[in-house]
Ligand binder design. Structure first.
Ligand code: XMP
Length: 320
């Protein structure tokens, strides 16, 4: 059992010092690797890891082909300015071939997990001689995985999986006792820019978590376009998280006077504190209209845009 540290009980300086010590003693004089996606959790782990290990931590950004518009360059550039060198690893082909033909949500998650940890990281770790992977698993990831609701891409020990045996390296998880609100506080204390520590959450499986049905480069491209629009229009809402989802079902529409059996995009925008429960943000109707209008004009083939009004539970934040 992991013991939770709530935001109320969190002393940021003490927490950071303690994690630095723990990482140093686990890694010894060896090398460690960490994957930076630019999300809050992995950004915080990257900064703590660099404070602990300096150049003995190799930070990579895995370009899995599932990230948002311009994200790889943005992350590499931003961390470069913070003094952290980030290597870009192109693994697009590997991820798309692992996802080919898969429609079941948990199978998608499993495909991504295997490609990430066994394929890409297995290889980097073997080549570098590192023995540890540092990653930003948080308590909410563990809870839902253990409860059997959703297999979060980064949870192993709690499922009885030994990463050392399965992947050939140990995993260090400095944030495992925290929830999102606690991680943001640590990010701020570490001196990360607000655009990082207050960034909306983004799941490990990335845009693949937002495509119902098969994940192909073309379908990812559609949801990526819709995501750019949704994130731009909703960035000042103060909502916990917002997203676009590409549905599998098509619906009858019309375009230029002809029938068009077109695509559907669902928009979700959540109010939440820690992602355990969430409710839809009461967006003004003219904002909803603007979303519909821009998505229909900006994403080829879309004839329907819907807004989710269900709470979590019984919904979950992501659709996959
Ligand atoms: P759900 O969809 O389970 O999401 O209500 C709760 C929060 O977790 C994020 N999420 C993930 N984060 N790996 C992650 O690192 C994952 O596999 C994953 N799945 C969901 C989700 O975006 C939300 O903030």
């Amino acid at each position: 059992m992991v013991s939770e540290i709530t935001v109320r009980d969190l002393n940021t300086e003490e927490f950071i010092d303690q994690k630095i010590e723990e990482i140093r003693s686990a890694v010894g004089d060896g090398l460690a690797i960490n994957a930076l996606s630019g999300g809050v959790d992995s950004s915080v782990v990257t900064m703590i890891g660099h404070r602990a290990l300096g150049d003995r931590l190799r930070t990579v950004f895995v370009e899995n082909g599932l990230m948002r518009e311009g994200e790889p360059e943005w992350v590499v550039d931003l961390f470069g300015k913070l003094g952290v060198k980030v290597e870009l690893v192109d693994a697009r082909k590997e991820f798309f071939s692992a996802l080919e033909g898969i429609t079941d949500p948990e199978e998608k998650r499993e495909g991504i997990t295997q490609t990430f940890y066994k394929g890409v990281f297995g290889r980097i770790v073997r080549e570098s001689g590192a023995k540890h992977l540092l990653q930003g698993t948080i308590l909410t990831d563990v809870d839902e995985t253990v409860a059997g609701i959703k297999r979060q891409h980064n949870v192993f020990k709690q499922l009885g999986i030994d990463p050392q045996e399965t992947f050939g390296y140990k995993i260090i998880e400095p944030l495992i006792q925290l929830r999102k609100d606690g991680v943001r506080k640590i990010g701020e204390a570490l001196g990360l820019p607000e655009e990082i520590f207050n960034r909306i959450p983004f799941p490990g499986p990335a845009l693949a978590a937002r495509v119902i049905g098969t994940v192909t480069p073309e379908r990812i491209d559609l949801v990526r376009k819709a995501t750019t629009i949704v994130e731009r229009l909703l960035k000042d809402t103060n909502a916990f998280q917002y997203m676009a989802i590409l549905h599998e079902d098509r619906v009858t529409g019309m375009r230029d006077g002809n029938r068009d059996f077109g695509l559907q995009i669902e928009v979700r925008c959540w109010d939440s504190v820690d992602a355990r429960t969430a409710s839809p943000t009461r967006l003004p109707f003219d904002m909803l209209e603007k979303l519909a209008d821009e998505i229909i004009r900006g994403v080829p083939g879309v004839v329907s845009v819907t807004y989710n009004i269900a709470t979590k539970p019984p919904s979950t934040i992501e659709v996959v």
